[in-house]
Design a protein around this ligand. Structure first.
Ligand SMILES: Cc1cc2nc3c(=O)[nH]c(=O)nc-3n(C[C@H](O)[C@H](O)[C@H](O)COP(=O)(O)OP(=O)(O)OC[C@H]3O[C@@H](n4cnc5c(N)ncnc54)[C@H](O)[C@@H]3O)c2cc1C
Length: 379
């Protein structure tokens, strides 16, 4: 694991304080759909969470991926949906700050950093998920502008995002080669938002879709031209796989803490659960696998910070961490008996979130394929 700098350690501490003050008190209300997690964005912005990796020259903190991985774990320990929502807005700010035309970046990045606007990245469509190269949202050149038509589905922050990075096909039938990426403004005509995805999994993630109907993107809103967008998406997805794996570690850590505390209070057969050897084993198993997952996450994160190829390490970390979290959060919930099912505890919410984690940024099967392809060069 790369050593964090003093500034990075301060941000990690600030993330813990942010969770205690602004996330933990509200997660049940978000989960029931009674409150909007966006209300905490200004507080997230105030401590720098929305600008973590964004270059200092563009108003961000310019910190490392290793720091982002720590923050992701802390946020998701409280709520995976909120963690994904905050990090996806951060990612759009970082993407635009580094890659967008200066005017486009100036128009959006300061508001994203301040938590006044939210961002999302839209690849998935109703008819194309794992097979990203099969997207059919069409981008056609009309004079200096681009006309976009199509639908996107299951997008983090899709229910409210103002600044949307949209991947679209410019040459039907050309697959990855014809895909380009655009900066889309959710307030302009031709952008029609759809209802929230009707799932109770990770409500704070605000997943939803939208339709583009003759949406006009200006010439400078072409973020990646055809031929480069697919590669750009793959380049950034390794980081996403690693922070999702880190989030799974955060959810197991918190579930362990809750189960362990309950084991000290609940008595069966004349003594606390904790003092029954058979009961303790499920906690020990979770702690062992959590430690292993964190090592994999840290090793993969260090590859990113050192500028090395992280494809296989990122895929391995995400497959291991999601499986580890699914198995152990269920076991820890069981170890709490009926109490584990109560909404005041995070375990059931975390278990549903892990199911989401097995899909986003590369489903388990896609990642297994990635790892298997890597074996051809190493075994
Ligand atoms: C809450 C949530 C938030 C999301 N946020 C975003 C977002 O912000 N942006 C975005 O672009 N997308 C987002 N997604 C979409 C996510 O990336 C897709 O769900 C994922 O890519 C899988 O696509 P799919 O659901 O269409 O499944 P499909 O592609 O239909 O696959 C169905 C199942 O079959 C498996 N499968 C598919 N092909 C193969 C094969 N060749 N071999 C073996 N197994 C296979 C898959 O692994 C999966 O288990 C989100 C999804 C969810 C649930």
């Amino acid at each position: 694991m790369s050593e964090l700098t003093c500034d990075e350690r301060r941000l990690v501490d600030a993330a813990r304080d942010f969770v205690a003050a602004h996330v933990a008190p509200h997660v049940q209300a978000w989960d029931r759909g009674l409150a909007d997690s966006r209300s905490v964005l200004p507080a997230a912005a105030a401590v720098g969470l929305l600008g973590l990796e964004v270059p200092v020259a563009q108003g961000g903190l310019g910190l490392s991926f290793g720091c982002k991985r720590q923050v992701a774990e802390i946020l998701a320990g409280a709520d995976f949906g909120l963690a994904m929502s905050v990090i996806n807005t951060h990612n759009v700010a970082n993407h635009l700050a580094r890659m967008a035309a200066a005017d486009v970046s100036r128009r959006h990045v300061p508001a994203l950093l301040a938590g006044q606007r939210t961002g999302c990245t839209a690849l998935t469509e109703p008819g194309a998920g794992s097979d990203f190269s099969a997207i059919t949202t069409l981008a056609r050149k009309v004079g200096d502008e681009w006309r976009l038509d199509g639908s996107k589905a299951w997008i983090v922050n899709g229910t409210h995002a103002d600044v949307v990075v949209v991947y679209a096909q410019t040459e039907p039938g050309s697959g990855a080669r014809g895909i380009a990426a655009f900066v889309v403004d959710g307030s302009r005509s031709g952008f029609v938002r759809q209802a929230r995805a009707d799932s109770t999994a990770a409500r704070g993630i605000d997943a939803g879709g939208f339709v583009l109907e003759g949406y006009r993107a200006r010439a400078d809103e072409l973020l990646h031209p055809p031929g480069e967008a697919f590669k750009a998406a793959l380049a950034s997805i390794n980081g996403a796989r690693i922070y999702v794996a880190a989030m799974c570690c955060g959810m197991v850590h918190e579930s362990l803490r809750v189960a362990s505390a309950y084991g000290a209070l609940r008595h069966t057969f004349g003594k606390p659960l904790h003092e029954h050897q058979g009961w303790r084993w499920s906690l020990a198993d979770a702690a062992i696998d959590l430690a292993a997952a964190r090592l994999m996450v840290d090793a993969a994160a260090a590859l990113i910070d050192d500028g090395n190829d992280s494809q296989t390490a990122a895929a391995q970390a995400k497959v291991f961490a999601t499986r580890m979290a699914g198995r152990h959060i269920a076991a820890l919930m069981h170890a709490m008996g009926a109490e584990g099912l109560r909404e005041q505890h995070p375990l059931l919410r975390h278990l549903a979130a892990v199911q989401v984690a097995t899909l986003v940024d590369g489903s388990t099967e896609m990642l297994l394929d990635r790892v298997a392809r890597g074996l051809r060069n190493t075994v």
